[in-house]
Design a protein around this ligand. Structure first.
Ligand code: ADP
Ligand code: MG
Length: 560
């Protein structure tokens, strides 16, 4: 090896390494999933680039992954003949974390091991997870378009620094040698490795090959290479052949999540559109759900060839939590991110997948407990739906859950259908109240008359609620009414006698109204006698078409 340089890891990498080693001890085996995943990605990338440049295959066109172990040397070696890395690639990819939101993520770490391990799980550990089991890692690699003398060797003990050197490397692709820590020697075992390979790579379309040692008649050891996984892409198999366990493991592969998905939907469609989709609803929100530039979208394949990660054109933003794979025959193999924006097939696929996504949620909603988990994690994202996707707003409205005066609990678990079912005779509107917090909503004087009459009111306290309500015009033929705005029309719930009594009171109190108005002068537009209240003496009401409190605050915060 020549031209050896030593580099320090980026600060974030050092922090991640430290945390990972201390927090992920009980989940150590995931290092294999991450490294196999990278090897598979590298082969996918080569196959994609070779579409325009067949020469990249050289004389070795059978893409594969190999895993070897040596208990005496305390090593595990993973090898792929994928795209490989140049010296610059190595320094950038195996020395930094290039993901958006990394600093934000680091700030959220608390030092509490359990909490942090969950966060790290959501963040994704990738290549560095090798250091959970290894006290030294050596990477030898060569990029497919470079010559044999442009190989690179990367070495690190996972502490503060790593070295890179130039090497001669005949084969393209990457070899990773993990030197196991003494307490991780269990992984240098044929049986253990084979189980992990089946668990984490059965669904990968590439063969993962492992050695089997056999004794021949004379007692000499013979080594055979054999394929240890079934090596068919999971989504290509028919639903009935795939077990729940396999779906769950596949989800972890595509999402880098540690925990199980809540549900999934696997569909093969033929006809005008031809595609296979496998969509998942995660069990919890990723740390960057609300970050604009966060990675989102599906893994895109065209005719089984991997094209790109995070293809975000196939789902609307309000379904950005959905993970999975789209494999289609309707796009050309040389499609790029730029071309996707112009291709009319993309819109058709997007509307088909949006429908699949919404149907998957509708199905999930049949299990209220599971759905609640979903709602607590992703409800406020789904609330962006009616504004973004007018055509599907009815479907989205069915999926919304609210906190209401019926339960008087902060838990958002009541559907609009349930509200409508409980509506009073003669009630024609769905009433709601927007406030800053559940407690403020619950004790709002605006609710007094509703409580007295037993009319249910939705209690909206999420930042996005007012935005949502400005796009939800009706549900099941009933319009929505903000109880803090305009004239209060309780429809036929009020009888004639009550109305008459109200008018009489208003007349009798005209004088009082006049005096209050003079006292408040310019601070209010109008003073009225109201029947909204039963206990409080007075409350503030906004005109019908005035911007609500939340919107005003948002505008003020934005400097308007
Ligand atoms: P991610 O896979 O999410 O990008 P990783 O930490 O797993 O993050 O890997 C970092 C980067 O290192 C990859 O994006 C890839 O560019 C590079 N890399 C890792 N393993 C390999 C490999 N076997 N072959 C080629 N490149 C690799
Ligand atoms: Mg990776």
């Amino acid at each position: 090896a020549t031209h050896t340089e030593t580099h320090g890891f980026q600060t974030e990498v050092k922090q991640l390494l430290h945390l990972m080693i201390h927090s992920l001890y009980s989940n150590r085996e995931i290092f294999l999933r991450e490294l196999v995943s990278n090897a598979a990605d590298a082969c996918d990338k080569l196959r994609y680039q070779a579409l325009d440049n067949d020469a990249l295959y050289g004389n070795d066109s059978e893409l594969r992954i190999e895993i070897e172990h040596d208990a005496d040397a305390k090593t595990i070696t993973l090898r792929d003949n994928g795209i490989g890395m140049s010296r610059d690639d190595v320094v950038a990819n195996l020395g930094t974390i290039a993901r958006s939101g990394t600093a934000e993520f680091m700030k959220n770490l608390s030092g509490d091991q359990q909490k942090d391990s969950r966060l790290i799980g959501q963040f994704g550990v990738g290549f560095y997870s090798g250091f959970i089991v290894a006290d030294e890692i050596t990477v030898r690699t060569r990029r497919a378009d470079l010559d044999a003398d442009q190989g690179v060797e990367w070495k690190s003990r996972g502490e503060g620094e790593f070295s890179v050197a130039d090497i001669e490397r005949a084969e393209r692709g990457t070899e990773i040698v993990l030197h196991l820590k003494d307490d991780a020697l269990e992984f240098a075992d044929e049986h253990r490795l084979r189980n992990l390979v089946t668990k984490y790579s059965d669904h990968i379309e590439l063969p993962v090959r492992m050695q089997r040692v056999e004794k021949d008649e004379e007692g000499n050891e013979q080594i055979h290479w054999e394929t240890a996984n079934s090596a068919t892409a999971l989504w290509v198999r028919s639903k009935s052949e795939v077990s729940d366990e396999e779906y769950k493991n596949f989800y972890k592969h595509v999402s880098h999540d540690f925990s199980d998905p809540l549900s999934w939907s696997h569909n093969k469609v033929e006809g005008k559109l031809e595609y296979t989709s496998l969509l998942f609803v995660p069990g919890r929100a990723p740390f960057d759900l609300y970050q604009r530039d966060a990675a989102r979208g599906l893994k895109l394949y065209v005719q089984r060839v991997f094209i790109m990660d995070d293809a975000e054109q196939f789902l609307p933003l309000y379904l950005r939590f959905i993970k999975g794979v789209l494999d289609t025959n309707d796009l050309s193999l040389n499609v790029s991110r730029e071309l996707l924006q112009q291709d009319p097939q993309v819109d058709k696929l997007k509307s088909a997948l949006t429908k699949r996504g919404l149907d998957m949620l509708k199905k999930l909603a049949k299990d209220p407990e599971q759905y609640q988990t979903f709602w607590n994690q992703f409800g406020s994202v789904l609330k962006e739906g009616p504004a973004e996707d007018y055509a599907n707003r009815e479907k989205i409205a069915e999926l919304l859950r609210f906190s209401t005066t019926h339960t008087d609990s902060a838990t958002q678990d009541q559907s609009l259908a349930q509200y409508v079912e409980r509506m009073k005779e003669g009630q024609s509107k769905i009433y709601y109240l927007v406030a800053d917090s559940f407690n403020a909503a619950k004790s709002s004087p605006h609710l007094e008359i509703f409580r007295k009459k037993g009319i249910e009111v939705l209690l909206l306290t999420d930042r996005i609620d007012e935005w949502l309500m400005s796009h939800l015009t009706e549900f099941d033929g009933k319009s929505f009414a903000d109880v803090a705005k305009g004239d209060l029309d309780l429809g036929d719930v009020e009888n004639e006698e009550e109305k008459k009594a109200q008018e009489e009171t208003a007349k009798a109190k005209e004088d009082l109204v006049k005096r209050v108005k003079e006292a408040l002068s310019d601070s209010v537009q109008e003073v009225r006698i109201t029947h909204r209240l039963t206990d409080s003496p007075a409350c503030v009401v906004l005109p019908e078409h005035e911007m609500g409190y939340q919107m005003r605050k948002m505008m003020e915060a934005a400097g308007q």
